[in-house]
Design a protein. Structure first.
Length: 344
């Protein structure tokens, strides 16, 4: 089996900010961008300030990093001290959890219902079979079919901050939505500290605050399977928006000359097979973009694009396997491959 992983240097970023920021250790008296870096959620968290330097900025960044670590402790299903681990360890009795964990799981169930199960956090037992992060391999079909019987977001029971499941073989994986939720909490915190211009980059989940000194932020959509890290299919011009991409080139492995990627279909238990390389969702909140980028990828081009066009407050860019870009109704693209939102 041949495994393909993205190198640490490019930190599994499917979207790269097309702006250069100086290191935070440089002269803080200037108005040049300052970038602070931290590792959490198994990825690199970059926080870049574009507004004028303010006293205590390092402390603000440190607090944001502490928040990220706290959420990682709550939502990490592999951490035996996490609330999610306690739920999964005793699914029938469940666990009393924090407001944050309860809210995130409740939101996850909402997006599952909204997308008719195309996004479903109870796919966790199937994900574990593939083990694409540590020991990727094609599981036996019989095991997949057995696990699929218990993939059903409606089996999540939420009451009085207690989360439990309906069957002993069920478990929850928040990997498809947690980073988006955390990015939103971090944005709310930074805005409460009067940060008016910044980019939160949590492992490729991009969330912008304000604009870049009166100009749009420019976010690159990485070209799928590109040979170079700086090859982009297009750039999105945004202000105060989230950009999240799901694609088959992020994490995958090869077995018997076939590529198997990490986006699993909740109906089949296998990696989604359609004509898509990636889906990028543009929205106000990153949690929404996180969940819907996965869901619309699972839906496929026609159904996914229709879903986006019928939804308020979100736009999307679909890239098919012929490298063509398919845009939702609220977007336009010029001959420089620059994408703009037209309905604002």
């Amino acid at each position: 089996m041949k495994e393909k992983r993205i190198s640490f240097l490019f930190i599994i970023f499917t979207i790269t900010v097309l702006l250069t920021a100086c290191d935070a250790a440089s002269d803080n008296t200037s108005n040049a961008p300052r970038t602070y870096t931290h590792f959490c959620f198994d990825t690199v968290f970059q926080l870049t300030f574009y507004s004028s330097y303010q006293e205590g900025e390092q402390n603000i960044a440190d607090t944001a990093f502490q928040m990220c670590d706290k959420y990682d402790q709550l939502f990490n299903k592999y951490n035996k001290e996490s609330e999610l681990y306690r739920i999964n360890s005793h699914p029938l009795t469940g666990a009393k959890v924090s407001e944050e964990t309860f809210e995130l799981i409740s939101d996850s169930r909402y997006y599952a219902g909204l997308t008719d199960g195309a996004f479903d956090i109870t796919i966790s037992p199937v994900t574990d079979l593939w083990d694409i992060n540590k020991n990727p391999h094609v599981p036996k079909k019989s095991k997949i079919n057995k696990a699929l019987k218990y993939v059903n977001y409606q089996d999540i029971i939420l009451k009085n901050n207690r989360v439990k499941l309906s069957y002993p073989t069920q478990s929850i994986d928040l990997g498809g939505i947690a980073k988006g939720y955390v990015a939103d909490q971090l944005k709310d915190f930074l805005e409460s500290k009067q940060i008016s211009s910044a980019i939160i980059n949590l492992g490729g989940n991009i969330l912008t605050i304000g604009n870049n000194q009166g100009e749009d932020f420019k976010i690159g959509i990485k070209k799928p399977f590109a040979q170079k890290d700086d090859e982009y299919s297009a750039t999105i011009h945004i202000r105060d928006k989230s950009v999240v991409t799901s694609g088959i080139y992020e994490r995958y492995f090869e077995e018997n000359n076939k590529i198997y990627h990490h986006i699993l279909d909740p109906e089949t238990g296998y990696p989604v097979e359609n004509n898509l390389y990636s889906v990028t969702i543009i929205s106000d909140r990153s949690e929404e973009g996180d969940a819907l980028s996965t869901a619309t990828f699972v839906m496929g081009l026609e159904k996914g694009l229709s879903f986006v066009n019928q939804s308020e407050g979100i736009e999307a860019v679909f890239i098919t396997k012929d490298y063509k870009l398919h845009l939702s109704d609220g977007l336009t693209i010029n001959d420089k491959q620059e994408i703009h939102i037209t309905n604002e």
